[in-house]
Design a protein around this ligand. Structure first.
Ligand code: ADP
Ligand code: MG
Length: 341
């Protein structure tokens, strides 16, 4: 089947059926990271590659920031399982016209974030390539039971950390280069796009306290990633547009109709999780402890309801597309995003 029809996630599902597995795989293909048993314990393993001109553009990305982000996106997947990162294997495809100093800067970027989280870079591979390819594989500890995407139940609350849509707006600024955007707004959005913050402390505490029943990190847009939780957990979701956490920069720039970036813009790397209603107080306490904003944005409903977003008057909002998919043809949303600013 053509990939443009099947889509990225349809392809993964087809490949999953062929992929060999073993009784030591506790969580396999279909979650943020795999959780596997070893004779000496268990580990989390994840890989998230970055390809030039698909995930990044060297015209507006420094080698340092690229290294930082390559590690950040993988850390985010370990955070989404409630794990603790430990070892990084980094494989590179490098065009021959590159200078070694560019790759050293990339490693400096990785190093700056790795030191914050006690991650050691322990190996990798290098090959000649047409464009720059960065392929990290991150291995982490699972001291608490990892939080999969499949544990959400009807009536549970839905939460998100931080703010949504900033990264997509930052990318929009890089592409469109509008002149009238204030420096501080642009600086905030660009930082969020270039150096996302993996929410490791929140993820780990949610696992330790057994508070989250399902969790995912938002890499492809809130609705797309919420869709993965809903599918894995066999629930639907009711989201209140009013409760979506938006930064001041986002509110200033995106204006009244700008919720689409928060709903479907990718690369926020915030955590989206579900928790029992009776645990609301405990989630608030956790928020105060980690000093990361955590917003309750909706609730899980019956699967047949699907995912519904309500505006402040209680009317269902129509949204164009759900988020990023590598293969599906350009959706009306992506067209809208290139014209909206
Ligand atoms: P995330 O956005 O959290 O990184 P992805 O959407 O990239 O997750 O992948 C979804 C699931 O599919 C993950 O469990 C991932 O390991 C798995 N996956 C992705 N690509 C492949 C592949 N080529 N072969 C096997 N599994 C894959
Ligand atoms: Mg993920």
């Amino acid at each position: 089947m053509k990939l443009t029809r099947l889509g990225e996630f349809g392809l993964i599902e087809k490949l999953r059926r062929i992929a060999p597995t073993s009784p030591n795989v506790r969580i396999g293909i279909g979650d943020d990271a795999a959780w596997t048993k070893l004779k000496t314990g268990s580990v989390l393993i994840t890989a998230d590659l970055l390809l030039e001109n698909v995930h990044f553009n060297l015209d507006w990305t420094s080698s340092f920031d690229l290294g930082y982000k390559a590690l950040a996106v993988n850390l985010s997947d370990i955070a989404a399982m409630g794990g603790i990162p430990a070892f990084l294997i980094l494989s590179l495809g490098v065009p021959s016209h590159f200078d070694s100093s560019q790759l050293e800067k990339l490693y400096q970027g990785i190093r700056s974030l790795a030191l914050k989280h006690n991650v050691a870079l322990v190996g990798g591979d290098i090959s000649l390539a047409e464009t720059l390819l960065i392929s990290p594989c991150l291995i982490g500890h699972a001291p608490y039971r990892p939080i999969s995407r499949s544990g959400a139940k009807i009536d549970q609350d839905i939460y998100v950390t931080g703010t949504l849509g900033d990264s997509a707006l930052g990318l929009r600024l890089l592409k469109a280069k509008p002149r009238r955007v204030s420096k501080s707004i642009a600086a905030h959005l660009l930082l969020r796009h270039r150096k996302p913050t993996p929410r490791l402390a929140v993820g780990e505490l949610l696992a330790r306290e057994k508070l989250a029943t399902a969790m995912i990190d938002i890499s492809d847009g809130l609705l797309q990633d919420l869709g993965h939780i809903c599918k894995a957990s066999k629930v639907g979701a009711l989201i209140s547009e009013e409760n979506l956490p938006l930064s001041i920069a986002y509110r200033r720039l995106a204006g009244r109709n700008g919720r689409q970036y928060a709903l479907t813009g990718g690369e926020d790397y915030e955590l989206l999780f579900c928790a029992r209603r009776r645990d609301r107080k405990r989630v608030e306490q956790l928020q105060r402890r980690v000093k990361v904003p955590i917003s309750r944005i909706g609730a899980c409903v019956a699967a047949q309801e699907g995912i519904v977003v309500l505006d402040c008057s209680g009317n269902a909002v129509s949204f164009r597309g759900k988020g990023h998919d590598h293969f599906k043809k350009e959706t009306p949303l992506t067209r809208w995003m290139t014209t909206a600013l």
